[in-house]
Design a binder for this molecule. Sequence first.
Ligand code: ATP
Length: 205
Amino acid sequence: MRLSGIEIRGFKSFCDPVRISFEDHRIVGIVGPNGCGKSNVVDALRWVLGEQSAKHLRGQDMQDVIFAGSKTRTQSATASVTLFFENYRVPDTGLFKFGSFSEISIGRKLHRDGSSEYLINNTPARLKDIRDIFLDTGVGGKGYSIIEQGMIGRIITSKPEERLRIVEEAAGISKFKVKKQEAFQRLQTSRSNLTRISDLTAELN
Ligand code: ATP
């Protein structure tokens, strides 16, 4: 998957809709004067991929991501960010890796009343569906595809378990760890149900 663009509206300093296209370049730099909104673009990326911590987005609470108004503009009612990804074709099969679309859009919206939604190709989705798409791709709120200031230093000085998590994500193992965890949870629920059924059966006998 390749990030081909981002559309931001009503998010932080971006009052009007802005679409940034990332042409077919491997490395993209965002440059501009201090305070012009460079970090807000990265915040938007993190946010749409499911960032749940307002602090990590440099705010007090999540509503702080909605455009707060300026001398000339009233505040926005909704923050909305959409990412556009080129879908991969699986070698030799001609099929797309995810569904049948050549482009996948991932969106997140937050309204001032606190209601919010995630969208995959404009269809409401769960955060889990979005996380599932990006497992093992390095993309995601905690993925290594977004390298912030100071992150390299933090990786070097991090605990071995944390470094292992990054290596596992890059090696494609973390997807299976998540699936294993989910399977264990289902197993646990089934065991509890079985115990309950045998208790009920014993009572009836
Ligand atoms: P620097 O180069 O100094 O790191 P930057 O280009 O990364 O700056 P950002 O931190 O992305 O700039 O943007 C800061 C600007 O965004 C500030 O002017 C701040 O007032 C504005 N801003 C942040 N949140 C909101 C919001 N909810 N509504 C309106 N403006 C906001």
